[in-house]
Design a protein around this ligand. Structure first.
Ligand SMILES: [Zn+2]
Length: 221
């Protein structure tokens, strides 16, 4: 075996070992998208934005069209702060109970009111009560957006909307069994959610979570 050949072999072995060590050093990513439903809620919106700014994280707010119509400046502030806004229907109905024309209005009117408030139409639809069916998916697509593919991700509902879910349980659900590609559902209106959010964010950061928006998660960023 010639010397140059041996040198070549050792170089390759050395490089392979270095790369293996580097890979072992990289902790696995743990991307989490918080989605905060039903806003903008005037009593809480400013406090949510202040907290998220202080924590330097971005989330997705799923806004209800009629709430945007009442407080367009709040949707604008959400977008300007770097968060994403999803379309969460106009009146938060049970979509299955509505005729086709009404479902179309729920989706399209919300796109329009958010576009007027912020200059940008949402990219994602997030269904009220998480009720999704093929008709809704088709209506959403025809309106130029997509149903957020919740089924592709690890989904946690904190059930913070339920008055029987206490604050400690909301925090426990939002911080347990977190894996890469997790979506955690919270709401903007419950007092307990606002009170628990700082603790939830601190614990998720301690677990090495990287906070992303719906779009960043869906695009694998
Ligand atoms: Zn909702």
């Amino acid at each position: 075996m010639t010397f140059p050949f041996l040198l070549f072999r050792f170089t390759i072995i050395f490089l392979a070992a270095t790369l293996t060590l580097a890979a072992a050093d990289q902790p696995a990513r743990k991307r989490v998208a918080l989605v905060i439903d039903d806003g903008p809620v005037p009593e809480h919106n400013t406090q949510f934005l202040a907290l998220l700014a202080q924590e330097k994280i971005h989330v997705t707010f799923s806004h209800v069209g009629r709430n945007v119509a009442a407080h367009p400046e709040m949707s604008r502030a959400v977008l300007e702060a770097g968060h994403e806004i999803a379309n969460h229907s106009y009146t938060h109905p049970h979509i299955k109970d509505l005729d086709d024309a009404t479902v179309q209005r729920e989706v399209r009117d919300t796109q329009e009111v958010i576009r007027q408030a912020t200059g940008q139409a949402p990219k994602w639809f997030w269904a009220p009560f998480l009720e999704q069916d093929e008709r809704l998916v088709a209506v959403v697509r025809a309106a130029g957006l997509e149903y957020f593919p919740r089924e592709k991700f690890h989904f946690i509902s904190t059930d913070d909307w339920n008055s029987t879910t206490d604050a400690a349980t909301v925090r426990l659900r939002a911080t347990t069994a977190i894996q890469d590609g997790t979506v955690i559902l919270l709401h903007e209106w419950p007092e307990k959610t606002l009170a628990e959010l700082p603790g939830i964010i601190t614990e998720l950061k301690r677990q090495g979570v990287e906070f992303v928006t719906f779009s960043e998660l869906a695009e694998g960023k």
